[in-house]
Design a protein around this ligand. Structure first.
Ligand code: FAD
Length: 619
């Protein structure tokens, strides 16, 4: 152990993850906390890290309040509708009322925004989306964070949160290791803002074998955002609300610009509008939700999944019409250049020119995240001016562990934040964290040398497992005493896929399957003690897997708890196929006891703070 040097850093605000929410938090922390010491720690390099690493083509959350295009209330109604009624409206409203100011800063910082030449307004792609030339998006927000932080640490993976020894429910920092040098890092901090993205690769992906690693959500999003707070005893919400995306096949290329800007549409292999075919069947399952406008994302998936199961596939995107317009053809291709260039490569390799061939679509494996058309994540306090009592405990975006804040994918209940909303939520969390410190809530935090040393032993154990175990290898890589991160990952993905509703079972699960899945996950947890890592990169893989595994347990517990099928098209409870508003119009909240590792579940009320105006207008 001595060979891994220990570095200590004391600070006021520690931001874990320098993606969209993390850069927003780092930037805003400096605004309110001029004299505070602010550190941002990132697993990759913040210039090109997180889900926006490659760039984006649209900012998906912009109200346009200055032109009265939309108001925050409209966004709450939109998110509520899309999530089948279940969101934290206080969090959504709070994000929406601030998001425009974030986007205006991006504009000032030099992000190339497309503008409507006639009106001078941002070019809309859809009601909420504005178009950008977004290849430089991430380096631009990273620069703002770099100018604001006392220090940015790249290439350090945070593995555990440190807890105050004077108050077992108060955070005191975090520990991790540098993936290049192997050095051990201890960050003793008065507050921690977790902004570590969502979770991909917990369910078996469609892309396996030579395509493995290709997923829709960033493959490096490994659920640290959930695992870190879960392990510290923070409550989580809506973890069953995993998301399934309809995307171009094999490259997971985005479809938003195609639907919204190019006005393309989908059809089955016979050229039929299959969504209509499934209307009556869907109505029996979810009632009037199918009549809502726009149709909730999960219900559109549902029609897709049903049609494919009924033999109507492949489902295609009708591009042949739009692509006859040279401008739209260019937009169609450029859409991939900004964020998913791989889709263009896939089409080239499969001889698909969308001008002459309608490309195939598919539904993805499930992902866990809090910023898209889904809202899994930490159960956090809302803002004091609008949150009901059950949703408010002192500091905006603070979790149920004192001093521990979250933003972006980390935070549950507030869907449809996307890149701009995640950055905004980082800003909100940072402002509250500064206030927490100014209110003297972070006094007398005790972090002993012993606590840090214990974590050090735990963190490097996979290296030791490998060093000892490799002597027993007699052929190839098969070892009697340890297993590798990739072997563990595939085992996890198989469990989640087959028992918790992944692609190979058409997203179907039930109580018996979930109970069996939980048993297998528990055994996996036991075996993870024997994971081996041959170098620091594999050590990162080992810790990514451990974080994915605990996230998966939480997802499975939540899926077992909610006895209804609230989001057909995301997953199905075969033993409770119908949406059940009478018993389940509520949020689910879990807590894992850090001492026993056991989860407990509870229901929390959904408060509809925002009225139904828009619905009335529409009718
Ligand atoms: C394919 C795709 C397309 C999208 N399209 C759009 C779009 O068109 N428009 C739009 O507005 N939004 C879009 N989004 C959504 C947007 O990217 C996310 O909402 C946003 O990035 C979430 O912000 P975040 O900070 O929570 O996560 P991220 O931006 O992913 O940041 C998380 C960061 O945490 C780091 N990290 C993770 N674990 C650790 C750890 N243990 N220690 C240290 N660091 C860690 C990661 O490396 C990463 O940098 C898209 C996302 C994807 C994947």
């Amino acid at each position: 152990m001595a060979k891994h040097k220990t570095h200590y850093e004391d600070c006021d605000i520690l931001v874990v993850g320098g993606g969209m929410a993390g850069t927003g938090a780092t930037f805003e922390a400096r605004h309110w906390g001029r004299d505070l010491k602010i550190i941002c720690v990132e697993k990759a390099n913040i210039d090109r890290s997180g889900a926006v690493a490659q760039g984006l083509y649209a900012i998906n959350c912009y109200m346009g309040m200055q032109w009265d295009e939309n108001q925050p209330e409209d966004h709450v109604r939109y998110a509520r509708n899309d999530l089948m009624g279940l969101v934290r409206e206080d969090l959504g409203y709070d994000m929406a009322r601030h998001v425009d100011s974030t986007v205006h800063m991006f504009d000032e910082w030099g992000l190339p925004m497309m503008k409507n030449p006639k009106t001078g307004r941002y070019q809309r792609e859809g009601k909420w989306q504005i178009m950008i030339h977004g290849e430089s998006y991430k380096p631009i927000v990273a620069e703002a964070a770099k100018k604001s932080a006392d220090k940015i640490y790249n290439r350090i993976m945070i593995t555990h949160l440190l807890m105050d020894e004077n108050n077992e429910n108060r955070v005191g920092g975090a520990v991790g290791f540098n993936m290049r040098t192997g050095d051990f890092y201890v960050f003793r901090s008065k507050t921690v803002i977790v902004a570590a993205g969502g979770a991909s690769h917990i369910f078996k992906p469609r892309a396996v074998g030579e395509g493995m690693g290709r997923t829709w959500y960033a493959p490096w999003s490994n659920g640290s955002a959930y695992a870190l707070p879960i392990a510290a005893g923070a409550k989580m919400t809506q973890m069953e609300n995993r998301i399934v995306l309809c995307r171009f096949k094999d490259g997971y290329g985005p479809v938003g610009a195609y639907f919204l800007h190019l006005k393309t549409y989908t059809q089955n292999a016979n050229g039929e509008n299959y969504e209509k075919k499934w209307y009556e069947q869907t109505k029996k399952l979810v009632g009037e939700y199918i009549d809502h406008h726009p149709t909730p994302t999960c219900l559109r998936n549902h029609a897709f999944v049903q049609e494919v199961m009924a033999g109507g596939g492949p489902i295609q995107m009708v591009t042949k019409e739009a692509f006859q317009d040279p401008h739209l053809e260019t937009v169609g291709w450029e859409n991939f250049l900004g964020m998913t260039v791989g889709q263009a490569v896939v089409w080239a390799s499969q001889n698909i020119d969308p001008k002459y061939t309608n490309p195939e679509l598919t539904t993805s494996e499930p992902y866990v995240m809090g910023s898209h058309a889904t809202c899994s994540g930490a159960w956090v306090s809302g803002p004091e001016d609008i949150s009901p009592t059950e949703y408010f405990w002192g500091y905006n975006r603070m979790m149920t562990v004192e001093g521990l804040f979250g933003a972006g994918d980390t935070v549950g209940g507030s869907a449809h934040k996307f890149s701009s909303g995640s950055f905004t939520e980082g800003r909100l969390a940072a402002k509250a964290a500064v206030k927490y410190i100014q209110d003297q809530k972070a006094k007398n935090i005790k972090i002993s040398e012993k606590q840090c040393e214990n974590f050090k032993k735990i963190i490097y154990k996979p290296l030791e497992n490998y060093t000892v175990g490799r002597n027993e290898i007699t052929g190839g890589t098969v070892s009697p005493s340890y297993f590798s991160p990739i072997q563990g990952l595939q085992r996890l993905q198989k469990i989640m896929d087959e028992y918790v509703g992944g692609i190979s079972v058409n997203y179907m699960t039930n109580e018996n399957l979930l109970k069996k899945g939980l048993e297998l996950l528990e055994w996996l947890q036991e075996d993870l003690e024997h994971i081996g890592a041959e170098d620091y990169h594999q050590l990162m893989r080992a810790w990514e897997l451990k974080h994915r595994a605990i996230t998966s347990q939480c997802v499975t517990e939540h899926t077992l708890f909610r006895k209804e099928t609230r989001w057909p098209g995301y997953y199905y409870r075969g033993d409770h196929m119908k949406l059940d508003d009478e018993n389940w119009h509520c949020l689910t909240v879990s807590r894992r006891d850090p001492k026993t590792g056991k989860f407990s579940m509870e229901k929390m009320p959904v408060y509809h703070i925002i009225g139904d105006e828009e619905k009335k207008k529409a009718s």
